[in-house]
Design a protein around this ligand. Structure first.
Ligand SMILES: Cc1cc2nc3c(=O)[nH]c(=O)nc-3n(C[C@H](O)[C@H](O)[C@H](O)COP(=O)(O)OP(=O)(O)OC[C@H]3O[C@@H](n4cnc5c(N)ncnc54)[C@H](O)[C@@H]3O)c2cc1C
Length: 391
């Protein structure tokens, strides 16, 4: 039977939690958003200058459709919010060899075309002519999808929190320690300061912290550290959009992807790889070896960036689900508890859908996307199509 609004505690104010809190409040719930803050929390995975928003998911048409719906949500937010936080600058996808059936690039291209999009093919020999920062011939093949771009991620979370608070969400600057048990159900949370916060429902959206806070999930979710490097560039026109759109270069093999330079000259390069399993409070620094590997890759592909100064690094945490799919469902063993996480390094782009999805699951309403994210036992691991196997 669908739940009727009462008091809900949402634990964690990253993109999953901030979106859930806002939507639940709009549906009439009395919402407490629990996060130590300040918000957006500087260590949250959602808190970064930019995230790629793409529909390109190899042969996995489910995520293509999900991203297509999310893009409509970003368009709506751009119309409604004081300034656009999604920038439709496209996505350049390059492959090491000719795009071939079964490969990430070819399958993404195929699904796009089958679903009515007309991405522009970019051959290796044309690469530098079309996108001047790139060296022609550095990669062999690829395409440019104009229905994609990037989002100002920390700003978007700040906006969701602000909208939530304006609608009546109460932010409580505290950290979750444990669930508050009432008989065999969950009746709120206990903070690290020992305060009991009573509630009818609890939604845990604590990203990479989730398997530490709810240890029975550690077979399904784990935190992995992923390196991000920010380079400083002077030529913002050359390395900014549209001349230099978000890109992925043989990503399922190499892991390298990047975003256009911001107005302040910061250009972000990430690595979508296996990462390093960590405890969230023990994240490693980005190694010199990683920066050297990045420079070697750039020397081959975008030579004028190879010696750009490193102006920042960040070891960002993925909340990796064993199968790369989000986990958004009721805990079958703990009535009153919903878990929403497992972003697995690709969850931000779906921000406009998370609130409705999580609220529908909590309230027991049908949602066309929810089945894929249901509660499930850990089995053989796989990962999202773009993810490289190397660390
Ligand atoms: C390097 C990197 C690059 C990425 N790039 C992309 C991309 O280009 N495109 C894309 O779509 N996705 C991307 N992602 C994935 C995306 O960022 C995540 O899927 C998404 O941000 C996860 O949001 P979240 O709300 O689950 O977690 P988070 O944003 O981590 O939020 C968790 C919140 O929980 C809070 N918390 C922790 N412990 C407690 C506690 N005890 N009590 C209360 N609150 C607590 C934290 O303070 C934090 O605010 C990337 C991730 C990383 C790390």
């Amino acid at each position: 039977m669908p739940a009727s609004p009462g008091h809900v505690v949402v634990v964690g104010a990253g993109v999953f939690g901030a979106a859930a809190a806002l939507e639940l409040r709009r549906r009439g719930w009395d919402v407490t958003l629990l996060d130590p803050g300040p918000l957006p929390h500087e260590h949250a995975s959602s808190t970064d200058v930019s995230k790629v928003v793409r529909m390109d998911y190899g042969a996995d048409a489910f995520y293509h459709e999900l991203a297509e719906a999310a893009l409509e949500g970003w368009d709506r937010w751009n119309r409604e919010w004081p300034r656009p936080l999604y920038h439709q600058d496209g996505f350049l996808i390059l492959s090491r060899g000719p795009m071939a059936p079964g490969g990430f690039e070819h399958e993404s291209w195929r699904v796009l075309r089958e679903r009515g999009y007309r991405p522009e093919r970019v051959s290796g020999s044309d690469l530098g002519g079309r996108f001047p920062a790139w060296r022609s011939g550095a990669l062999t093949d690829g395409y440019f999808n104009e229905r994609a771009g990037w989002a100002e991620s920390a700003e978007a979370v700040a906006r969701l929190v602000e909208l939530g608070q304006a609608a009546g969400v109460r932010w409580r600057a505290a950290a979750f320690r444990s669930l508050r048990e009432v008989g065999s159900s969950v009746g709120g949370v206990i903070t690290t300061a020992g305060e009991h916060v009573e509630a009818d429902r609890v939604v845990v959206c604590a990203g990479a912290w989730t398997p530490t806070l709810l240890p029975w999930l550690s077979d399904r979710l784990r935190a992995t550290a992923q390196p991000v490097v920010y380079l400083g560039v002077d030529q913002v026109d050359h390395f900014g959009a549209p001349a230099f759109p978000p890109w992925a270069a043989d990503i399922a093999g190499s892991g390298w992807y990047g975003l256009p330079a911001l107005a302040d000259g910061r250009l972000k390069v990430g690595h979508h790889g296996r990462g390093i399993a960590v405890r969230p409070d023990q994240r490693p620094a980005v190694s010199d070896g990683h920066v050297q590997a990045l420079r070697a890759f750039l020397r081959e592909t975008i030579p004028s960036l190879a010696d750009a100064p490193v102006v920042g690094t960040r070891s960002c945490l993925y909340c990796d689900a064993f199968d790369g799919d989000f986990l958004i469902d009721h805990d079958p063993d703990r009535p009153g508890l919903v878990v929403a996480g497992g972003g697995s390094g690709h969850g931000f782009k779906f921000a406009p859908l998370h609130g409705v999805l999580i609220a529908d699951v909590l309230e027991g309403h049908p949602n066309r996307w929810a089945e894929r994210f249901r509660w499930r036992s850990a089995s053989a691991g796989r990962s999202e199509a773009a993810r490289a196997r190397k660390a």
